[in-house]
Design a protein around this ligand. Sequence first.
Ligand code: FAD
Length: 425
Amino acid sequence: MNHADVAIVGGGPAGLMAAEVLSQAGLAVSLFDAMPSVGRKFLLAGKGGLNLTHAEAFDAFVSRLGARADALRPMLERFGPQQVREWAEGLGIATFVGSSRRVFPTDMKAAPLLRAWLHRLRHPAPGGVPVRFHMRHRWQGFAPDGSLRFSTPDGEATVSTRATLLALGGASWPRLGSDGAWVPWLRDAGIEVAAIEPSNCGFDVAGSGVHGATEGWSALFTTRWAGQPFKTVALALDAPGERHWHRGEFVATASGVEGSLVYALSGALRERIATDGSATLWVDLLPDHSAERVQAAVAHPRGSRSLSSHLKGRLGLDGIKLALLNECLDREAMHEPMRLAAAIKALPLRLLRSRPVAEAISSAGGVRFEALDAHLMARSRPGLFVAGEMLDWEAPTGGYLLTASLASGVWAGEGVLRFVGRTRG
Ligand SMILES: Cc1cc2nc3c(=O)[nH]c(=O)nc-3n(C[C@H](O)[C@H](O)[C@H](O)COP(=O)(O)OP(=O)(O)OC[C@H]3O[C@@H](n4cnc5c(N)ncnc54)[C@H](O)[C@@H]3O)c2cc1C
């Protein structure tokens, strides 16, 4: 049996941030990760530019965490969007605010930031203690005596600790290390865990019936348009009252839809599918045009022009937008101006299911805040702390995921400090 004063399991943004807090306070930290190197999902996020955080007003930022906003607010007050930017800048990585108020490193990359961060963890300022990294150590749950069980290249190992901080991530992109295998182990330890579900994910569409397919797009649509974006459209969920439209972009996939606009609605869509069996997503293909303008343009005599050149000429509607209309409307509806105009402004797409969590950007569900005290320590297991995406919260894309993961890493790290009776150096 090995002993570690403080063990952190999981070297994503949350675990690394907790390690930084503890090492700077002079604690000896051993960080274990299943993979050959840490921060793999963080590096992948860098492929999309590494949206570190968001520069909107603080209250608006907190509200993006939806049902868990209250639980995360104190953590974001302690280490929020502004602190994330200062922290990156402290590592020599300048940031900038993009047009959508999203914040990125100026070089839009994750690797230089991660490199500088790991260097600081291995070579801390005076007073700090270098973090010890143990790669290829896959945590397998608790041994009967409460110690941590790992599978390692040299066989099984157990590690006893004074305090343990789990930062194992969610269950998206499992090949990067986070696979959600910990759910039953924590449940067995008496810690309440909400089922892991896909968040910021794509959805499969039901067939429109027009082309005979009961599920998915027609072969013609998939072959030509899968992977192509719908630019400047608006989406709304089926709502009994007024529809609330969200503008942006989404992408056609081989079996349905994905992309930022769909991700933003993914939590609500998931819940609607769970209660009703399917969810209707309304698409406004021309959000910059009023319904009246679209009606007038569609009804305008087109002479000998084909319908497609009429729609292109009068409304600039062509490409994938026209293809979607042809996919969802039969010939009769396409040639009836009132029906066509109504469909251009509100086309229903029935969604059957979310894509699997392995394909999602992030996951919802995880360790319930009710199972934890105010410092993210398990009520039923003193000395065991939890941070990052494995907690039961979800957020849209836009830098909220990384910021909340980092913030909870700081918070849980400080919880460990309190637990082991030290103050920050
Ligand atoms: C394609 C993609 C792009 C993204 N882009 C952004 C973005 O631009 N902005 C943003 O805010 N968010 C983004 N995210 C989300 C963000 O990367 C995650 O929310 C964040 O990494 C979660 O941090 P974490 O530390 O909680 O978990 P993770 O980063 O998942 O790290 C968990 C670590 O735990 C290790 N681990 C898991 N299980 C075990 C085990 N049993 N034993 C030992 N180690 C284990 C894993 O190997 C991993 O290193 C993106 C995600 C994806 C998939």
